[in-house]
Design a protein around this ligand. Structure first.
Ligand code: GLV
Ligand code: GLV
Length: 331
């Protein structure tokens, strides 16, 4: 009989269908969060799974999944996977890097510009029927063109954001655990600085670093104080990288001018203090959500599962496997 794959959330039926030749597919028809117990039930006889960022796959869940051999994550960030536990259990895992870089970079700019130019706030005001006349000195925001854009986390998404700065004649500074090769710095037009200089000099700071326990609250009260009072902060990385409560306070106190957040610690819950602030743009973790890119991510997840079970053009070599040693050990 065919191996079983569990697909944890509904997506593009034509892409799910590519699994059916080789797998018995159980696909959820509703988008929802699963408790660890529910995950264990669904994975009890699964050989493979395609999961979303809200599905936490850890040692406890894996205990209830004795047949599981491969987990494909629908996202580039994979802090919802305990990769050590998966590797320990001999389960391969993949993510969806690269296919979303340009789309996420577009969205980072969209949020940064919305914060700087107060797009959300102004729209709420208009919709509330408050536009009775105009004030020449109303709605003043910060320019993007000619500004200094600071990027924290300079992986491929950060680099795509940097490249977009050319047309805005903006200066790009960045900080990252490791400095980029000089050739890439030149190509991206980005200058490496330490974290203190990044905070002090950025007119618009954007966060694109992966979540690890070590960078929880990388931007907290002290870092917000170190920023310019006219600056904006955009988080398209992960919830928890910013201390959302400290950010709400900084926005209320005018320590920075505005913020834009696509990700939240504890999402889908949003810190109530943030909801109180007008000078923050809030969106529900949609940076990669363009029609083409979500299809590309789904397709890549399916390719990884097929390849892990010896099918498709990269049979035996899942294209974006995170722990390739697992498959080497199995063969
Ligand atoms: C989205 O947050 C992703 O990691 O792809
Ligand atoms: C950002 O995506 C990084 O990898 O630093």
């Amino acid at each position: 009989s065919k191996p079983k794959v569990w697909v944890s959330r509904p997506f593009f039926p034509d892409i799910v269908d590519r699994l059916r030749e080789h797998f018995e597919v159980t696909a959820e028809t509703e988008e929802r969060a699963f408790s660890p117990e529910e995950l264990a039930v669904r994975l009890a006889d699964a050989d493979a799974a395609i999961v979303g960022l809200a599905d936490r796959i850890d040692a406890g869940v894996l205990k209830g999944a004795p047949k599981l051999r491969f987990v494909a994550n629908l996202g580039v960030g994979y802090n919802n996977l305990d990769l050590d536990a998966l590797t320990e259990a001999g389960v391969g895992a993949s993510n969806t890097p690269d296919v979303l870089n340009e789309t996420v970079a577009d969205y980072g700019w969209a949020l940064m510009m919305a914060a700087a130019r107060r797009v959300g706030e102004a729209e709420r005001w208009l919709r509330a029927g408050q536009w009775k006349g105009s004030r020449f000195e109303g709605w003043l925001g910060a320019d993007i063109h000619g500004s200094t854009i600071g990027i924290l986390g300079m992986g491929r998404i950060g680099q795509a954001i940097a490249r977009r700065a050319v047309g805005f004649r903006a200066r790009v500074i960045y900080h990252n655990r490791s400095r980029l090769d000089a050739a890439i710095e030149t190509e991206c037009g980005a200058t490496y600085v330490d974290k203190a200089a990044l905070l002090a000099q950025a007119d618009h700071l954007i966060l694109v670093l992966p979540f690890t326990p070590a960078n929880r609250h990388t931007i907290g009260a002290a870092e917000l104080k170190a920023m310019k009072p006219t600056a904006t902060l955009t988080n398209i990385a992960r919830g928890g990288i910013v201390d959302d409560e400290a950010l709400a306070r900084a926005l209320a106190d005018g320590e920075i001018a505005a913020a834009a957040l696509d990700v939240f610690e504890g999402e889908p819950a949003v810190h109530p203090d943030l909801l109180e602030q007008q000078n923050v743009v809030l969106s529900p973790h949609i940076a990669s959500a363009s029609r083409d890119t979500r299809r590309g991510m789904a397709s890549l997840a399916v390719d990884n599962v097929l390849a892990a079970f010896g099918h498709g053009p990269s049979a035996g070599r899942p294209p974006t496997i995170l722990n390739p040693g697992v498959l080497a050990d199995a063969s």
